[in-house]
Design a protein around this ligand. Sequence first.
Ligand code: NAP
Ligand code: COA
Length: 281
Amino acid sequence: MTVSQPFDYSGRSVFVAGGTSGINLGIARAYAKAGASVAVLSRKQAKVDAAVAELREHGGSVLGFVADVREFDAVAAALTSARDRFGELDVLVSGAAGNFPAPITAMSSNAFNAVIGIDLAGTYNVLRAGYEHLRKPGASVINISAPQSSIPMPMQVHACSAKAGVDMLTRVCAIEWGAAGVRVNAVIPGPITGTEGMARLAPTPQIEQVITESVPLARYGTTQEIADCCLWLSSPMASYVTGALIPVDGGWSLGGAAQMFTEMRKFVDNPDHLASYGSQS
Ligand code: NAP
Ligand code: COA
């Protein structure tokens, strides 16, 4: 069954931090197709240029910024620029993240801090710098979390810790910003096909198979399915939803995700297997 575009974001402005590939680019694309002005931000000029070129094909205004979410001043400058061009922001998505599989003993302090810095402190920076530019009342903030936020997984201590923090950041901001009419929610994608995240966490057909079988809907999700949730969440159809952590995961968080525990632990316990896991940044 095909679904026609049910949301009209004409005249709305959307900023997607980390919006130049994978799930976040899918989210930016969905808002662009729905008529919004869209800004994306990430570290690599080539990725920003490619994303901007693609998003412009949908006909709306598009801006791209090169910045690292770990650098507050750079993030703040990008958000100020977007607001100057677009006016107050209606939707702010924070999705920049880094990940690699590694057991704690193969992870330096710098490695742990890199993921905490991007996922958690980066989300803080985007929300903290973004708040003054949000439309009040009416704006919607969406953080892209992960199943690791509530499900412990071996080789994921950095992502588990960071995304748990992202969920709490979501809920605290929802309380503090509710009176201003700003809603703050998190979307928790399950395993999404064709993404860098799953290329790193499920680098072999065998691991991919284990994951697929552990999802109640028996398949990976798509970037479009994550984007569809965001379109709804930032629309008037979700006007009483704030502080929610919403799994869009085919039911994976009901129990199947915990099977990753067993699968990934095999690699922790066997250094040869760890090498074959493709543990490269
Ligand atoms: P991805 O394609 O690697 O997307 C990450 C994005 O963030 C890229 O645009 C990247 O661009 C940017 N980025 C990374 N570090 C950054 C930094 N320090 N500053 C600014 N931008 C930065 O990965 P993905 O798999 O689609 O994941 C997207 C989001 O979904 C993440 O929040 C992830 O935790 C979440 N998620 C993914 C899955 C999945 O199945 N893939 C499942 C659950 C949750 P640059 O390299 O140019 O910086
Ligand atoms: N195992 C163990 N440690 C690793 C690692 C791995 N597979 N990959 C990177 N590291 C370590 C590095 O060795 C370094 O530690 P050190 O200084 O003690 O040697 C630390 O992590 C930081 O690496 P660096 O490459 O300098 O960080 P960065 O800020 O340039 O990149 C990463 C951040 C490591 C998260 C990188 O993988 C990245 O940019 N990822 C973005 C894309 C992504 O992960 N997408 C999926 C999102 S779910």
